[in-house]
Design a protein around this ligand. Structure first.
Ligand code: C2E
Ligand code: MG
Ligand code: MG
Ligand code: MG
Length: 291
């Protein structure tokens, strides 16, 4: 009967939810174990100042290599870490490692290079340890405060407490980037009120730029506004020469994406600096040099 079919459908639906939940719990336990056994590491993706033809910054991106599953994407495990209260552990690990690795880059002679570190909303929610944790990590790595950027998303911008904390860090010299800008609902008032140093245009927007005239108009306005406000704009997820050319033409000078390089370990990043920033590889052609 219809009733029976309906009941069967509900049962199937419940089973699917239960299954998803169990998988989540499994992954959470695995993540806990991985954190204990130091299976997480940090990779670095260069951000290039196109005009100056230099890597000016690296974004620190957490990596988890699992024996069975291979690389598990942060897009998968960061939300789980947030849900189950593990994000503080990951955040602290990445923060310390990134600051230490930045020191390493500076010791190799690339003292102008800075690091950009992602922060999750839950890391700022409750206490003001964040101020202490961030300033301590930077101090103990002995890198200048103004060479460290924290990337936050717009959803965090609605929390007044978070912004108080960020502005306290900013007073110490730490830079703030608004990540994933132009996804969903973007508010210009965040930019004007909250005083950020960088704006990161999300890959999805970069992807739509070529085909959509209105998006070009919009990004043009945004670049002008950012310029007026003294904010630097970084385009994320740039994969092709034509995207790069378009962004350059629009006046977006800071580029991050596979066109240049994916995120790589510190050793490879140091090699990248050596080749790229010394001008050896860089002639008129912009070259993909990650290999
Ligand atoms: P995000 O902060 O927006 O980082 C940029 C993401 O885009 C990275 O993915 C990067 O590998 C990817 N990407 C960069 N250029 C290209 C490109 O040209 N093509 C394509 N297809 N992708 C590109 P990833 O490393 O998988 O990280 C995903 C997200 O996970 C990050 O997005 C960030 O929200 C979060 N995440 C990563 N590491 C951390 C961390 O240490 N802490 C926190 N809280 N979140 C992190
Ligand atoms: Mg980011
Ligand atoms: Mg981003
Ligand atoms: Mg993004």
């Amino acid at each position: 009967s219809a009733k029976k079919t309906h009941r069967g459908h509900v049962a199937l639906h419940n089973a699917a939810i239960q299954n998803a939940y169990l998988n989540k719990i499994k992954l959470k336990d695995k993540l806990k174990a991985a954190l204990k056994s130091n299976l997480l590491t940090v990779y670095y993706q260069p951000i290039v100042d196109v005009q100056r033809r230099k890597i000016v910054k690296f974004e620190a991106l957490v990596r988890w290599f699992d024996d069975e599953q291979g690389m598990i994407s942060p897009g998968t495990f960061i939300p789980i870490a947030e849900e189950f209260g593990l994000i503080h552990l990951i955040g602290q690990f990445v923060l310390e490692k990134a600051c230490q690795d930045l020191k390493e880059m500076h010791l190799h002679g690339y003292e102008d290079v800075s690091i950009s570190i992602n922060r999750s909303v839950n890391e700022f929610k409750t206490s003001n340890d964040q101020f202490k944790l961030v300033t301590q990590a930077i101090s103990s790595a002995e890198v200048p405060f103004d060479k460290v950027t924290l990337e936050v998303t717009e959803s965090m911008a609605t929390n007044r407490y978070t912004w108080e904390l960020l502005s306290k860090l900013r007073e110490q010299g730490v830079k703030i980037a608004l990540d994933d800008f132009c996804t969903g609902y973007s508010s210009l008032s965040h930019l004007i009120e909250n005083q950020v140093d960088y704006l990161k245009i999300d890959k999805s927007f970069v992807d739509s730029l070529m085909a959509d005239k209105n998006k070009k108009v919009m990004i043009n306005c945004l670049l002008n506004l950012a310029d007026e406000l003294g904010i630097k704009v970084i385009a994320e997820g740039v994969e092709s020469q034509s995207q790069l050319a378009m962004l350059e033409q629009l006046g977006c000078n800071h580029i991050q994406g596979f066109y240049y390089s994916p995120a790589q370990p510190l050793s490879a990043s140091l090699r990248l600096l050596q080749e790229f920033n010394s001008g050896q590889v860089f002639n008129d052609e912009l070259i993909y040099i990650s290999k």
